[in-house]
Design a protein around this ligand. Structure first.
Ligand code: 0A1
Ligand code: ZN
Length: 882
C-alpha cells in the first residue's frame, strides 16, 4: 500500500471486542448557555462503578473538538495531575471507589460546527444531532448506546434570539433571568436513555399544536415547530403523526409515554430525521408540504418518515441498542413497522412494489459491490457509514421474513415478548431473535445467518411436469456470491411464497408435497438443493414464486415470454404481476443494450409493446399499480442485471429504444389515458388521487417519447400542483426540448427563495441525460441558491448528478467522476458525512467497462491519497478500492 494511503487507515472497531463500561452513569444534569461562538456546557453526572470494577479503575470519557474549562468530583476541582484531557477524551486517573458526582465544564462554538453533529446552527436557530457520536461534541461522556442515564436539561439564552427552548421529556420550569435580556427552561426526561437520543433546540419558530388521546385516555400535547412563514405547510405532518400514534396502538399495542411530543423542522440536516426522545428533529423536507410545493412522493415520504421516527419511541428508545453493531435492531425493525403502517394507510401491493424497487435499486447494488456488509456488521471504521440500505431496507426484509415464517399471530406474540422482556434495555439481535424462537418454539439459528452473511442469495429454480403421474417438480438451489471478508457462505432459511398457476389463472391445488417444509403457501428453503415434488397437480402450472417478494434474493428461473405474459395477465398475486412485467422488460432491455453495443438497431417484440399498452388502459386495475407496471426498469437496474462490462450509454440507448417502441405502439392508448384522467377536482394528496396523477404522468411521458411534446408544455403551464408541474418540467428538460430554458426560468421565478422547491429545480437539471449536463451542473455550483454547507442543496445538485444520472456521471471521458471526486474533497473539509455518502456513488465501479473503470479507479485513488482525509471518506475510499 502507498504511504499516503496508509495515513488514511485506522484500526477498526470490532463486535467481538464489546465490553460494558466500568462505570454506569445514572443521571446527568446539563446546563447549557447558548451563544453562537461561545456556548458553555456544564454537565453534572452521578456515576458509580459497575459490579466487578476494581477500585481506582480510570474513567475514560469520549470527547470531540471540545474545550475543557473545569473538572470537579464531589464539588472539589481536580488538579492537572488527576486527569488528562485532549479534544478527543477525558481520563480521570483514579476516581473515588464508590458513587460520585462528576462536574465537567466545556466550551463549544455552534456557529463553527459545519459537520452538523453535536450542537449547531441552522437558520438563526440552535439544534443538536447526537446519533451516532455527536453528544461527545457537547460534553465529555460515555458516548455509546449502552450507557443509559436520566437527563435533566437547563437551557439559557437571550430571549430575543431564542424564544423557544426545548429538550427531551417534560418541561418542569421556565422563567426570565431578572435584570437581563435572558430566559431559561428546564426539561426532565424520566426515561433513562443513551446520549445519542439527547436533543436540544433553541430558537424562533412558528408552532403548530394539537392533541392526541391515547388508548388509556391520556391527552398528549403535539407540537410541530417550523420556520416562520411555513406554518401553512405542517398540517399533513401533524395528521400523519396522529395516524401513526393510533396505528402503533392498534397494530402493536404501543402507547406513547410522555405528556408532550415535539417535532422541529430544520433546513440544515445530514439525514432524514432523528428520533430523540420526545423531541424529534427533522430535515424540513420530511415535514413541510402544500400542494403547490410538494409532490405526491413528498407527501408519501413525510407520512413514512413521521411514522418511522414516532415508531422509534418503542423500537429504538424504550428498547435501544447495546452497541452500534446492533443498529439494525432498531432500524430494520422500525423500517418494517413504517412500511406496514403505510401499507395499511394506502395500497398494500403498491407500497410493496415501491419498497422492493427501492431495495433492488439501492440495497442490491450495495450488496453486490465493495461496500457490501452484513445486516449486522462485525467491524467498522466509521459508524456513520453504516446507515445504509443494507441495515435499513434489508434489515426490514429480515423482520418481514420472520413474520412470513412464523405467521402473523406468532410474530405478534414474539414482538409482545420482546417489548415485555427488554423494555428499558440496550439489547442485541440475539435478544430479539430469541423472543421469536421462544414464541414459536422454532430453532432460528440458521435464520440468524441473515444478520451475519452479506451478499444477495440466489435461487436457481428448474421445473418439470409429468402429465401421466400428475406430478410437478420444482428443483430449487440456493447460493450466495462471495462478498468482502466472506469468500464462502452457508445455506440460509429462505421463505418462498408461491402458487402454481393453472391455465385459467387460478392457483392449482395439489394433494401432497415432499422435499421441503411447505407451510401454507410458503416453501421453506433451508438446504443447498431441494427437489420439491407436488403430487396430484391436474395440469402443467406456471410457477409464481417469491410472491410479495417473500425473501430478498435473486430468482433465476427460466420462464418463456409466454409464461411471463400469462403471469402479467393472470397471477392472483399483484406483486408477481408487476414482477412479470419487469422480467419481460428487463430481458428486452438487456437484449436491446447488447444490440446497441454491437452497432445494431434493437428490435423490440411487438407482443411486449402490446402487453404494456393493454396494462395502461385496463380499467379493472388500480391506477397506481398500472403506473408502476408501466415504469421501465431504471438504467441502474439494467446495469445491475448485466453485472459486468457495463456501458451506461448503451443501456440508455437500448432503454430509449424500448420506451419509444412502447410509446409509438401504444400511442392511442396513452392519449386516451391522458385525456380520460384529466381531473377538475381540487388537489388531494390521498393515495387514490396520487395514483391517478402517477398514471396520467406516465401516459404523458410515453406520449412525449412518441414525439407528442405539445402536451408536455401545456401540462407544465396549467398544472395546479407540484406533482404535475415537476413531471412536466422533468420531461421538458430531460428530453432537451426547445422550451426547456423558458420553463426553467419560469419555475425558478415562481419559487425563488423556497429552498426545498429550488432543490427540485437543481435535481431536474442535474439528472438530465444530456451531454451538456456536466457543464450546467458545474455552473450551478456557482448559483447563489446553491450551498456547500446546506446538505439538501448540495445533495439536490451534486449527489443527484452522481447517483441519478447514469450516462453523465459515467461519461466515457471520466469528467463526471473527476467533478464528483473534486466535490468529495471540497466537502470533506466542511461535512465529512455528506462527502462520504457522495463518494459511495462510485460503489459499482468494478462492474463498468474497462475504460470507465480505469477512470473511476483513478479518482477513488486520488481521493484516498489526499492527506488529512476524514475517517468517513477514507473508509468509503478504502473499502471501495479494497
Ligand atoms: N436514527 C435516524 C437516522 C439518523 C442517523 C444519523 C443521524 O445523524 C447524522 C441522523 C439521523 C433514523 O433512522 O431516522
Ligand atoms: Zn430509524
Amino acid at each position: 500500500m502507498e504511504a499516503s494511503a496508509q495515513t488514511n487507515r485506522t484500526d477498526p472497531v470490532r463486535l467481538k471486542d464489546y465490553r460494558p463500561t466500568p462505570y454506569a452513569i445514572r443521571t446527568i444534569d446539563l446546563d447549557v448557555r447558548l451563544d453562537p461562538e461561545n456556548t458553555t456546557v456544564t454537565a453534572r453526572s452521578r456515576i458509580e462503578p459497575r459490579e466487578g470494577t476494581a477500585p481506582g479503575t480510570p474513567l475514560v470519557l469520549d470527547g470531540d473538538e471540545l474545550i475543557l474549562t473545569s473538572v470537579a468530583i464531589d464539588g472539589r476541582a481536580l488538579g492537572t495531575a488527576d486527569y488528562e484531557a485532549t479534544d478527543k477524551r477525558l481520563e480521570i486517573f483514579a476516581p473515588p471507589a464508590g458513587a460520585f458526582t462528576l462536574e465537567v465544564g466545556t466550551r463549544i462554538a455552534p456557529a463553527k460546527n459545519t459537520k452538523l453533529m453535536g450542537l449547531y446552527r441552522t437558520a438563526s436557530n440552535y439544534c443538536t444531532q447526537c446519533e451516532a457520536e455527536g453528544f461527545r461534541r457537547i460534553t465529555y461522556f460515555y458516548d455509546r448506546p449502552d450507557v443509559l442515564a436520566v437527563y435533566t436539561t437547563r437551557i439559557e439564552a437571550r430571549k430575543a434570539e431564542a424564544p423557544y427552548l426545548l429538550s427531551n421529556g417534560n418541561l418542569i420550569e421556565r422563567g426570565d433571568i431578572a435584570g437581563t435580556d435572558r430566559h431559561f427552561a428546564v426539561w426532565h426526561d424520566p426515561f433513562p436513555k443513551p446520549a445519542y437520543l439527547f436533543a436540544l433546540v433553541g430558537g424562533d419558530f412558528a408552532r403548530i399544536s394539537d392533541t392526541f388521546r391515547t388508548m388509556s385516555g391520556r391527552d398528549v400535547t403535539l407540537e410541530i415547530y417550523v420556520e416562520h412563514g411555513r406554518e401553512d405547510r405542517g398540517a399533513y405532518a401533524m395528521d400523519s403523526l396522529k395516524r401513526s400514534m393510533k396505528w402503533d396502538e392498534e397494530a402493536f399495542g404501543r402507547e406513547y409515554d410522555l405528556d408532550i411530543f415535539m417535532i422541529v423542522a430544520v433546513s440544515d440536516f445530514n439525514m432524514g430525521a432523528m428520533e430523540n426522545k420526545g423531541l424529534n428533529v427533522f430535515n424540513d423536507k420530511y415535514v413541510l408540504a402544500k400542494p403547490d410545493t410538494a409532490t405526491d412522493q413528498d407527501y408519501a415520504n413525510i407520512e413514512g418518515v413521521i411514522a418511522h421516527e414516532y415508531f422509534h419511541n418503542w423500537t429504538g428508545n424504550r428498547i435501544t441498542c447495546r452497541d452500534w453493531f446492533q443498529l439494525c435492531l432498531k432500524e430494520g425493525l422500525t423500517v418494517f413497522r413504517d412500511q406496514e403502517f403505510s401499507s395499511d394507510q394506502r395500497s398494500r401491493p403498491v407500497k410493496r412494489i415501491s419498497d422492493v424497487r427501492l431495495l433492488k435499486s439501492h440495497q442490491f447494488p450495495e450488496d453486490a459491490g465493495p461496500l457490501a456488509h452484513p445486516v449486522r456488521p462485525e467491524t467498522y471504521h466509521e459508524i456513520n457509514n453504516f446507515y445504509t440500505a443494507t441495515v435499513y431496507e434489508k434489515g426490514s426484509e429480515v423482520v418481514r421474513m420472520l413474520k412470513t415464517l412464523l405467521g402473523a399471530e406468532t410474530f405478534r406474540a414474539g414482538m409482545d415478548l420482546y417489548f415485555a422482556r427488554h423494555d428499558g434495555d440496550a439489547a442485541t439481535i440475539e435478544d430479539f431473535v430469541a423472543c421469536f424462537a421462544e414464541a414459536s418454539g422454532r430453532d432460528l439459528s440458521q435464520f440468524m445467518l441473515w444478520y451475519k452473511q452479506s451478499g444477495t442469495p440466489e435461487l436457481r429454480v428448474a421445473q418439470g411436469y409429468d402429465a401421466s403421474a400428475k406430478r410437478y417438480t420444482l428443483t430449487i438451489e440456493q447460493s450466495c456470491p462471495p462478498t468482502p471478508g466472506q469468500p464462502t457462505k452457508l445455506p440460509m432459511t429462505i421463505p418462498v411464497r408461491f402458487g402454481l398457476v393453472g391455465p385459467n389463472g387460478a392457483d392449482l391445488a395439489f394433494e401432497a408435497v415432499s422435499g421441503a417444509e411447505v407451510a401454507g403457501d410458503v416453501i421453506v428453503v433451508t438446504e443447498p438443493k431441494h427437489e420439491v415434488v407436488f403430487e396430484g397437480v391436474s395440469a402443467p402450472p406456471v410457477p409464481s414464486l417469491l410472491r410479495g417478494f417473500s425473501a430478498p434474493v435473486r430468482l433465476a428461473l427460466e420462464l418463456s415470454a409466454e409464461a411471463s405474459l400469462f403471469l402479467l395477465a393472470s397471477d392472483n398475486d399483484p406483486f408477481n404481476r408487476w414482477q412479470a412485467a419487469q422480467t419481460l422488460a428487463t430481458t428486452a432491455l438487456i437484449e436491446a443494450t447488447r444490440a446497441v453495443r454491437a452497432g445494431a438497431v434493437p428490435s423490440i417484440d411487438p407482443k411486449l409493446v402490446d402487453a404494456f399498452a393493454r396494462v395502461a388502459v385496463d380499467d379493472k386495475v388500480d391506477p397506481a399499480f398500472r403506473a408502476l407496471t408501466l415504469a421501465l426498469p431504471a438504467e441502474a437496474d439494467i446495469a445491475r442485471e448485466i453485472g459486468s462490462d457495463v456501458d451506461p450509454d448503451a443501456i440508455f440507448a437500448g432503454r430509449d429504444a424500448l420506451k419509444k417502441a412502447i410509446a409509438t405502439g401504444g400511442r392511442t392508448a396513452f392519449r386516451h389515458l391522458y385525456e380520460s384522467l384529466a381531473s377538475a377536482e381540487a388537489y388531494s394528496p390521498d393515495a387514490a388521487s396520487a395514483g391517478r396523477r402517477a398514471l396520467r404522468n406516465s401516459a404523458l411521458d410515453y406520449l412525449a417519447h412518441a414525439g407528442e411534446t405539445d402536451s408536455v408544455m401545456e401540462r407544465y403551464r396549467t398544472a395546479d400542483n407540484m406533482t404535475d408541474r415537476l413531471a412536466a418540467l422533468g420531461l421538458v428538460v430531460g428530453l432537451g426540448l426547445p422550451e426547456a430554458e423558458a420553463a426553467l426560468i419560469d419555475f425558478y421565478s415562481r419559487f425563488d427563495g423556497d429552498g426545498l422547491v429550488i432543490d427540485k429545480w437543481f435535481t431536474v437539471q442535474a439528472t438530465a441525460p444530456l451531454a451538456a449536463t456536466l457543464d450546467r451542473v458545474r455552473a450551478l455550483t456557482e448559483h447563489p441558491a446553491f450551498s456547500l454547507t446546506n446538505p439538501n442543496r448540495f445533495r439536490s445538485l451534486v449527489t443527484a448528478f452522481a447517483t441519478g444520472n447514469q450516462t453523465q456521471f459515467n461519461r466515457p471521458d471520466g469528467a463526471g467522476y473527476a467533478f464528483v471526486a473534486d466535490h468529495v474533497l471540497t466537502l470533506d473539509e466542511i461535512n465529512p458525512q455528506v462527502a462520504a455518502r457522495l463518494l459511495s456513488a462510485f460503489r459499482s465501479w468494478r462492474a463498468l467497462e474497462p475504460r470507465r473503470r480505469a477512470y473511476a479507479e483513478a479518482e477513488l485513488k486520488r481521493v484516498l491519497d489526499k492527506p488529512g482525509l476524514s475517517r468517513d471518506v477514507a473508509d468509503i475510499a478504502n473499502r471501495s478500492l479494497g
